[in-house]
Design a binder for this molecule. Sequence first.
Ligand code: PMP
Length: 406
Amino acid sequence: MIKVSDIKKDFPIFERQINGNKLTYLDSGATSQKPNQVIDVMSDVYKNNNANVHRGTYVLSSETTGKYEDVRTKFQKFINAYDSDEIIFTKGCTEGFNLLSNSICKNLNQGDEIILSEIEHHANIIPWQMAAEKYNLNIKFINVDESFNLDIDHLKSLLSSKTKIVSIVGESNISGMLPDIKEIVTIVKSKSDALFILDGAQLVPHRSVDVQDLGIDFLCVSGHKMLGPTGIGVVWGRKELWDSMDPVYGGGDMIEEVYYDKATWAPVPHKFEAGTPPFVEAIGLGAAVDYLTNISMNEVQQHSDSLREYAKNKLENIDGLNIIHSLSKNAGCTFAMSIEGAHATDVSLMLDTYGVAVRAGHHCVQPFHRKLNLDATFRATGYIYNDEEDFDILANAIEDSMKMLK
Ligand code: PMP
């Protein structure tokens, strides 16, 4: 079982006081805090090893190259990929979707279809909209029902031989919804030859993910939401798919031979990693993977489940608080909330006076907010360094704010 008081000691940010209160950080859905183990590894590389990767013949460069490439293997094991070469480093989940949409869609035919869901993050909408406009493709959205889950019958009705891509969120960043990915992949593959892409931005930090078991084709991951630094992410894809795809960014490191009039590409993964990669950030991500692995992802998952259960009961007991939350037994510890007559930004400003950090806005899920007739919500998300007391403090602060905002 996770002992939050021990975990907190690894995170220097929790020594801070905010507006005279202890910090109650409930915005890990936006970005997680960083443990000393990640911060120290990165500063150690800058102090002792720093040299560009893949280029030098000298000691420092081979040290950084070794550390950078080791993270590929670490990440391969973390998500049970078939091969470490399937791990492509990006600067985040958003870049992963842009890479995939640019590389895949140019080979599709006019009128081909992409299926997303109504509750996708903009990172999994806009890149497809841009590609759809460029290549005359159509986008369809799976309905989300009243329990904030995907309507599987609606998905079935959307699938056809025209469906070439299905891309959906693995854990919703507003409702915590956890779609049954295995079931959905089976349905998609039985009714189409579409590629299945999973948005792992929230899922991978909170639950153990086995890409082979899920049967998916690609997974986009964000490093900064899983204790890693900013500016680093991963796209995993099956090797044969990467081999058949064209690169999106050109430059150094991604080539085999260059002439004045043409070039040939380096093998995967380098084909997709043009220029100097964020190698120190990648090494920091490796330390984050080690940190989570040491706790064990099963423990991380159990902590998320029990904290969610506690938080859900606590928040549901607040009169007049509207919660957008998956009604399923299983869901992430994420709660988007609204209060009739009070703007989400005002609520979050009030909560800040109690040292409670939550996010206000549409959380990059604007179409779904619009569907619910809400322009904004305030959102609390729990992670490994949060405990029941954090949600007690949140609930009390919400109740006090409601009295003051009336
Ligand atoms: N998808 C989801 C579900 C997210 O929550 C986020 C981050 N808010 C993203 C994608 C984008 O991730 P990144 O910040 O790494 O680009």
